[in-house]
Design a protein around this ligand. Sequence first.
Ligand SMILES: NC(=O)c1ccc[n+]([C@@H]2O[C@H](COP(=O)([O-])OP(=O)(O)OC[C@H]3O[C@@H](n4cnc5c(N)ncnc54)[C@H](OP(=O)(O)O)[C@@H]3O)[C@@H](O)[C@H]2O)c1
Length: 440
Amino acid sequence: MESSHDSVVRIALLGCGNVGAALVELLSDPARREELRQRTNLDLQLVGIGVRDLNKQRSSASWFPSDLVTDDLDGLLGRDDIDLVVELLGGIEPAAGFIRSSLEHGRPVVSANKALLAEQGVALSALAADNGVDLNFEAAVAGAVPVIRTLRISLAGESVNRVLGIVNGTTNYILSTMATEGSDYAHVLGDAIALGLAEADPTADVEGFDAAAKAAILAGLAFGSVVPLDQVFREGITKIRSVDMAFARQFGYCIKLLAIAERVGDDEMSVRVHPAMVPLSHPLAQVDGAYNAVFIEGMAAGSLMLYGQGAGGMPTASAVLGDIIDAARNAATKSPAPALSNDANYSVIALDSLTSEFYISLDVVDQSGVLAQVTKVFGDHNVSIRSMEQVGIGEEARLIFLTHEATERDLAATIHDLEALSVVDAVGGVIRVIGQSEDL
Ligand SMILES: NC(=O)c1ccc[n+]([C@@H]2O[C@H](COP(=O)([O-])OP(=O)(O)OC[C@H]3O[C@@H](n4cnc5c(N)ncnc54)[C@H](OP(=O)(O)O)[C@@H]3O)[C@@H](O)[C@H]2O)c1
């Protein structure tokens, strides 16, 4: 039952797609509403739902508030009875304009828009702080997994060394299915599209664009330093072969697409997205299917991992709802969160200077003297070999190497010279290996 102590929060919702519709259910289904009210002492009232297409079929549930749906988003935000705005449109504009004007009117905003937050998060957060309200965006990275709040609040005093994230469910599904079924990338991608687990145009996922936006957001939170999206190194999963999966396992690794934010020395950081060989003993190696996880390595806290559903209407709406409650409570006590910090001034290290261990697979002709020629090239560029396997395939052979730490520059020079050798038919997979955390 409604209590006279409940604070009323009138919400304008922009967007009623996958996430917006799930949020409408969480806010409108009578059973859920009652539990929510009891738990929070907040009466969260939807007062308008902005969409593009009024003719689109929405929910047929009896509780769905069809009368609130409008395609006049300016008109909705122009009303003076709005306490809080939820932006679930996606894209840069008009979402950014709506968020700016809402904050300028002193309204807290909740958004799940990773593309926008990666591009304008710090400026929008400063605008929110200037106007004494919150801009919350938990759902922008890893859906229901509470990584933003963890970095912003729980680890506010932590000196974070590295964040490793499996933050794209589609690519994690593809890679883990390739590993378990031994199928090729194209085959698994086709199945994923048919099952609705990948978009018909999967570019944003498989080429790492989606994960790069999330890596930029994570790095900004972990290090207090803005990372322009064009400085996030990005390599997708399209070149990963099932044979590399099998060899990775033989060496004690699996292959994951990781979003990585790493502190390098005192004043540099590396922010990147690429497939990586992850030791099978690492907690991230257990994260399969469409699940997400973020592994954080801190100076005092040691290592910790957050795991859960990174996408989907309901999981994402759950994170949005948590943000709404947090922002509404802070608005009631006039105690919004501080703006995101951008004072650390870390510069992004040039990829060339970054060091990693590497996995390299070479198809070579099966004749004597080949190994000596190949290993000489590694030696010429100071890339030291940690282990090697040789597999015969008919007239040819495949050589699999794991290197010790080498710079990207030296590795690229090695690959260049290997490709020029007449005994090398093809350089197959070249995959970076992530080191094990010291406390694991
Ligand atoms: N889906 C997920 O699993 C997930 C996970 C994490 C974060 N997110 C983020 O959450 C946000 C929403 O994602 P979604 O999957 O719910 O998107 P979606 O299904 O495409 O829904 C977008 C909604 O916004 C409306 N819309 C878009 N542009 C508009 C415009 N210019 N004017 C008026 N209405 C407009 C659409 O209206 P119509 O319905 O009329 O077309 C639709 O209701 C995005 O920022 C996304 O990155 C999504």
